[in-house]
Structures are given as structure tokens and as C-alpha cells.
Design a protein around this ligand. Structure first.
Ligand code: UT7
Length: 344
């Protein structure tokens, strides 16, 4: 666990302030009935155990960069103003293992020449991305950062694994962050990040990295698929998001009663309600779109913010608590007073 999170007072450098937001879902929809037709599962099981009814999936030939470019274009439209100096892409499903996907996304958006790189923190990628963007801005490396979180998770899910097929899905969310003041609406508050690599095998893709390649043992056909030990992961998700949330709220000088909206990684509806209950945040203050998007990995939190703002459930002035958890293990939490931005 990271130690004490940096406190807002005395922070050096400008703050990262949200000035635009965008999102994108691929058009193809997969229903619980579609999954039940090919897997030993049911609509009733999926709804009651995960809260998911439908999710979106890329069509053949569509890659993460395609989703990322759409969401990024939306965020740039929403922000208006000068072009960003850096693009940070959080993803677990890059177009290729090498090179990073971010430079290609930048080129597609007419941003060739700017700093562009990927970060890998699985479902916590957006929170790690917020901290990274904040660091680029605070250090003066960039004045404006386009942060995109995009995952084509269905491309790494074993279609025969009912434990993961029913949850994971595809999508992208994006934000433009600009240099500003720590006390203005949209300024990202103190961010808490943590990891526990002793549990890295709870969520993994075993093949394709240097560990498997240097072993001299050929990967089995199933080793390239994503694997998750769901029940154990569930327990850690609740503990870590709850603890990180408390720390972020305290570092912002808030209490959990001050939180107007909880924007938690949409991992599983039961996880979300347990985290909210433990934090004492009532149901009407929880943002949720898991029913129709599923678990979209790194994209989950920015997609949730964009959808909730578009639906009028997230309003300027709301004090928002952001939290996420996923493979690594890795987790994070932060706060923001929602700014007056129109999702693009
Ligand atoms: O994104 C960040 C990281 N991910 C998460 O935070 C996800 C965390 N985990 C979960 O969301 C849940 O653990 C799952 C949704 C993956 C599974 O739900 P669960 O309530 O933990 O189920 P379980 O794995 O304990 O399995 C309970 C039963 C088992 O049957 P038996 O042994 O009790 O007879 C499973 O075989 O449910 C069975 N099962 C299913 N049945 C129908 C597991 N998956 C399915 C399925 N349909 N899709």
C-alpha cells in the first residue's frame, strides 16, 4: 500500500483540472440470452450475481485503438481549446505487445509529435492514469493531457469460460485535463494508489510475456486467455476499494457523508453495493451503468462519469469519489468536484 497520500495543502505545481470528457461503446450488443445459448449459464444467474443484463463487444477487426480514438475525439470536442501536449492510454488490451498503442491513437487524432505512451494497471488503469496526467502537469512537462482508458476485453476472454465471459466487455472513456488551481471545480484531488504483487496470479494472462517465452515451453492454446479467480478477487475488491476510498476522502478533507456521488469501477453490482454500504454512502448517491455495459476494465470509471453526466445524474458541483480495483493486484481512489463539462 502506498503510505500517506499526498495532501492537497502544500502540493506543488498546478493541479490537473478536467476540461473535457468523452466515451465510446462499440455498437454490437451481447445479451445474457446470447451467452446462455452457448454457455452453461442463465439470465437469472448473471443478473442476480453480477447485475449485468447486456454488454458491448467489438466486431471482428476492431481493436482497442479504434475505441480509444473515438472516445479521445469526443473528449477533445468536449474540451475545445488548444491541443494537448501528451496522450496517456490506460489499457490491458493493446493493439500489439509492441509498440505502445498510444502513439497510433495520437496520430489518428491529428496529434502526431506529442508525448504518447501506454500504462498498464488493468481495471485501475484510469486511476493510475489520472495520477500520471497530474504528475505531467504538476512537473510542467505538459499543460494539457488527453487521458484515455480503453479495453477490448472480449478479445482476451476465453469464450468457453462462463466465469469471465458473463462479466467482461468492451468500451472506452477519455478526459482532457489542463493545468489549473487546486481549489477550482474539476481539479483532481489527492490520489491514493496501491498494489499487491504477491497476488498477481488472481488475475492473469499466463502466456505471451517474457516469463512464458523464456521458459522454452510452448504455450497451450488456453494460456493466452485471461483468467480470474473470481471469488478471491471479489473479497480483495471490496476491501481495497473501501480502504482506498476512506484514505482519499480523508486526504481531500472530506468525510464520506460529503460524497454526493460514488463512481466506483463497475466490477460487479454486488461488490459496488457492499463498498457503498461499508462507506455509508446511500444507494441514491451511487453511479451505475453496469447493467448495460458490464465490466469494461480500465474504461469503466470514465465511461460511468460520461454516461452519468449525459443522463443528468452527475451534475456540476457534485463531490465525487472515484475508486477502482483490479489485476496486479492494483487499486486506487481519488476525489473531484464535478466541473461544468458537456460530454462529447
Ligand atoms: O474487474 C476487477 C476485478 N474483478 C472483479 O472484481 C470480479 C470479482 N468476482 C466476481 O465478480 C464474482 O466472483 C463472479 C461474478 C466472477 C462469480 O460470482 P460468485 O458469486 O463469486 O460465484 P462463484 O465463483 O463463487 O461460483 C458460485 C457458483 C459455482 O457453482 P457451485 O460450485 O456452487 O455449484 C460456480 O460454478 O456459481 C457457479 N457459476 C456459474 N453459474 C452459472 C460461476 N459462474 C457461473 C455462471 N453461470 N456464469
Amino acid at each position: 500500500m502506498s503510505g500517506t497520500p499526498p495532501g492537497a495543502p502544500g502540493r506543488t505545481g498546478p493541479a490537473a483540472v478536467i476540461t473535457g470528457i468523452g466515451s465510446h461503446l462499440p455498437p454490437d450488443v451481447v445479451t445474457n440470452e446470447d451467452l446462455s445459448a452457448r454457455l452453461d449459464t442463465s439470465d437469472e444467474w448473471i443478473r442476480s450475481r453480477t447485475g449485468i443484463a447486456t454488454r458491448h463487444m467489438v466486431s471482428p477487426g476492431t481493436a482497442t485503438s479504434d475505441l480509444a480514438a473515438e472516445a479521445g475525439a469526443g473528449a477533445l470536442d468536449s474540451a475545445g481549446g488548444p491541443r494537448p501536449d501528451a496522450l496517456v492510454l490506460a489499457t490491458t488490451t493493446p493493439d500489439r505487445p509492441c509498440p505502445a498503442t498510444a502513439p497510433e491513437v495520437a496520430a489518428r487524432l491529428g496529434l502526431t509529435g506529442i508525448a504518447a505512451f501506454d500504462i498498464s494497471a488493468v481495471c485501475t488503469g484510469f486511476l493510475y492514469g489520472l495520477a500520471t496526467a497530474g504528475g505531467l502537469i504538476a512537473s510542467g512537462v505538459a499543460e494539457r493531457v488527453l487521458l484515455i482508458a480503453a479495453d477490448a476485453f472480449t478479445t482476451i476472454i476465453d469464450p468457453l469460460d462462463r466465469g469471465t465471459s458473463v462479466i467482461f466487455a468492451d468500451g472506452a472513456g477519455a478526459m482532457v485535463l489542463r493545468a489549473g488551481a487546486h481549489d477550482e471545480p474539476g481539479a483532481i484531488g489527492p490520489t491514493v494508489l496501491g498494489s499487491d504483487g504477491t497476488l498477481s496470479d488472481l488475475i492473469e494472462v499466463p502466456a505471451g510475456g517474457s516469463r512464458q517465452r523464456s521458459s522454452g515451453i510452448a504455450a497451450g492454446p488456453e494460456d493466452g486467455w485471461f483468467r480470474m479467480r473470481g471469488r478471491e478477487t471479489y473479497r480483495h475488491a471490496v476491501d481495497r476499494m473501501t480502504t482506498a476510498s476512506r484514505q482519499a476522502v480523508a486526504a481531500a478533507g472530506w468525510t464520506t457523508e460529503d460524497v454526493d456521488r460514488l463512481a466506483a469501477h463497475q466490477a460487479n453490482a454486488r461488490i459496488l453495493s457492499t463498498v457503498a454500504q461499508e462507506l455509508g454512502i446511500p444507494a441514491e448517491r451511487r453511479l451505475s451503468n453496469i447493467e448495460y455495459v458490464g465490466n469494461t476494465g480500465a474504461a469503466s470509471v470514465p465511461l460511468l462519469l460520461a454516461h452519468s453526466a449525459a443522463e443528468g445524474f452527475l451534475l456540476p458541483g457534485h463531490r465525487v469519489l472515484l475508486t477502482a480495483f483490479g489485476g496486479g493486484l492494483a487499486w486506487g481512489a481519488s476525489t473531484v468536484v464535478w466541473p461544468d463539462v458537456k460530454p462529447g
